[in-house]
Design a protein around this ligand. Structure first.
Ligand code: ACM
Ligand code: ZN
Length: 618
């Protein structure tokens, strides 16, 4: 990578915001709505007005920065209809320009400084990733007011960097296949939130989604099923479903993600969640039995045999192809939910336990994962697995994804292994995000926006030194009941915005009221980009305090949105824009049904929620 040292020196002397200044955060910035919230942001007076003469100027002839400049030009064209020319900067001080440059700095590999003044915009990072994030902030400085392509960026000084290095989101394409086109959009949306890790859950009981040249039946057989359970109670459709990514498509997606500073971490599950592979190659199971692809969800007892040598030969061959496709340091090897029933009854597995001097089937799982860890190390890779890989002993160098709670993460960090926190209570985006009666069918759980936002990835139990092993945080979108791109959008957004702020923003700067203020603009950005986000946060919630005596109660209404226009009725009718405006808690007497909804510009924007107070029993 070429750098222009002349500019470098200039910028250090002219534009440096000293690091100790970064500790100060001026108060709430009216009108500035960057999500996730930057480390340091100071609003100045004036604006930079983008017009047809504005140019994007890149320091030196840096290829990465030029690519970032072109992406910024593309986005500006889409959003405001102006596509600045991208060229090489003769000086970092050219008027009416957006300058992209590298500078030696203390804000880390992903940090950036962004200065917007009336004359020019200057975005610098010590690495291209930081400059890329600066351009995402530039896009979020554009006014989002409807009606006309406003192009005035407020003058600001920003110095920003992420709190955590792993800012992840997982999409389960095993349960439901998402197209290459959708995966690319998903990566765009991650980048927009300054998220940097796409965990691609590529293999499952119900579908194997990545082409492996040596084992074509994985995708000719294992990627297709005759139907899909679409709701609880074994409700099944009989529409064939399937699909897989060719290796060319995988390379295309990895390159697409790289250009957006997103690392794609592939997950190849083992020893459980492997039924599709076992249908394709039954000899890899203990019994040799699996015959047909499944259409109902549930944990399967059939898993890879832990005794047969051919299973390890198979996995090494598969992982060799996977390792060659993904530049990621980490490969996810699953490890979760592997029942040991088959292993207990299998002569191959029992012989392995004896030969290796293992205590039990849990130690056999540890042997299994440790063997794979050792193999992947020869490919220059590290493994990460779900927290069950702690059982029976954690493989050396393994990283742990703590999902059943935070205990696995605490245990691994205390052993000085890297950890990604993704407890289902706060990070499973397949859970309901509003009251279930107002939501489309979901797998269960209750995870509204505010609960995601409130998550703190560093457990109190850890010492400062142990806390350094928390790499970061991730949300997971499991797809048992998420069967379309629109619904995946719905479950992902806006919760990923709360996750992004958990992952990026310093804990002391997090502020729920300021977050929901900025989210008002983020919703408009979602609309501009065609993201089918959930409006569940606008649903009206009830806090009902019953009187100590009698049959009355006091009702408070709220939402997870900023200054909502809530209208309600107490006579059971649907609230309209002219219904009573909610100003403060009000009294009701049983029997009474309250109905409430949120309005914007006189239009109801979400579902009507209701609460019924019934009298006490006689
Ligand atoms: C998991 O949810 N089974 C990782
Ligand atoms: Zn076996």
């Amino acid at each position: 990578m070429k750098k222009n040292t002349h500019f470098l020196l200039l910028m250090i002397s002219v534009n440096l915001v000293l690091v100790h200044d970064v500790m100060a955060q001026p108060g709430t910035q009216a009108g500035i709505t960057i999500v996730p919230k930057p480390l340091y942001l100071e609003q100045r007076s004036g604006n930079f007005v983008l017009d047809n003469e504005t140019r994007i100027l890149v320091s030196g002839e840096d290829r990465d920065l030029t690519a970032i400049g072109n992406q910024l030009a593309d986005e500006l064209e889409k959003l405001v209809g102006i596509r600045p020319d991208v060229g090489v900067a003769a000086s970092p001080h050219a008027k009416n320009s957006i300058f992209l440059g590298l500078e030696t700095d203390t804000l880390g590999d992903e940090g950036y400084r962004l200065t917007v003044s009336a004359d020019r915009v200057s975005a610098r990072g010590s690495k291209p990733a930081g400059v890329f994030y600066a351009t995402q902030s530039i896009l979020q400085l554009l006014p989002t007011a409807h009606g006309g392509a406003a192009t005035a960026l407020p003058a600001v000084e920003i110095a920003d960097k992420p709190r955590f290095g792993w800012r992840g989101l997982m999409l389960d394409v095993g349960r439901y296949f998402y197209s290459v086109e959708y995966i690319k959009k998903y990566i765009d949306y991650l980048a927009m939130h300054k998220m940097n890790t796409f965990h691609w859950h590529l293999t499952e009981d119900h579908g194997w989604r990545i082409e492996i040249k040596k084992y074509p039946r994985l995708t000719s057989v294992g990627a297709w099923r005759a139907g899909t359970q679409f709701a609880c109670g074994d409700r099944v459709d009989h529409t064939p479903h399937g699909g897989f990514y060719t290796q060319d498509q995988v390379r295309e997606i990895v390159a697409y993600a790289q250009a957006r500073y997103v690392t794609v971490v592939p997950e190849i599950e083992m020893p459980g969640h492997t039924y599709a592979a076992l249908v394709a190659y039954p000899e890899l199971s203990c019994t040799g039995e699996p015959a047909e692809m499944l259409i109902n969800w549930g944990i399967q007892e059939d898993i890879y045999c832990g005794g047969k040598e051919e299973v390890f030969v198979f996995l090494e061959n598969v992982l060799s192809e996977v390792a060659a496709l993904f530049p990621s340091e980490f490969i996810h090897i699953g490890g979760d939910e592997a029942p040991k029933k088959r292993w207990e009854a299998c002569s191959h597995c029992q012989k392995r336990i004896q030969d290796e001097g293992l205590e039990d089937e849990h130690e056999l799982q540890s042997y299994f994962i440790t063997r794979i860890e050792r193999f992947l190390r020869t490919k220059g890779k590290r493994i990460i697995g779900w927290d069950e890989i702690l059982e029976g002993g954690l493989a050396p160098n393994a990283a742990v994804m703590s999902w059943r709670g935070i205990e696995g993460g605490i245990e691994a960090a205390r052993m000085h292994h890297p950890v990604v926190m993704t407890p289902h209570t706060h990070m499973y985006f397949d859970y309901y995000q509003g009251e279930p009666y107002l939501e489309p069918f979901a797998i269960g759980g209750y995870l509204p926006l505010q609960k995601v936002y409130g998550y703190e990835p560093i457990p109190d139990e850890l010492s400062k030194e142990e806390a350094n092993f928390i790499l970061g945080v991730q949300g997971n979108v499991w797809a048992e009941y998420i069967h379309s791109p629109d619904y995946a959008d719905y479950m992902t957004f806006p919760r990923v915005a709360a996750l992004a702020e958990v992952a990026w923003t310093e804990r002391r700067l997090k502020d729920w009221d300021d977050f929901i203020r900025r989210m008002e603009a983020q919703y408009v950005r979602y609309e501009q980009r065609g993201i089918k986000y959930a409006q569940s946060a606008f649903n009206v919630l009830y806090d009902v305090r019953r009187d100590a005596v009698g049959s009355g109660a006091t009702v408070s209404l709220s939402t997870h949105t900023f200054q909502p226009d809530i209208r309600y009725t107490v006579d059971g009718t649907e609230p309209t824009a002219s219904a009573t405006s909610y100003e403060k808690p009000f009294a009701i007497a049983a029997p009474c049904t309250v109905k409430a909804a949120t309005f914007k510009n006189g239009i109801r924007i979400n579902k009507v929620s209701s609460y019924s107070l019934i009298g006490s029993e006689r």
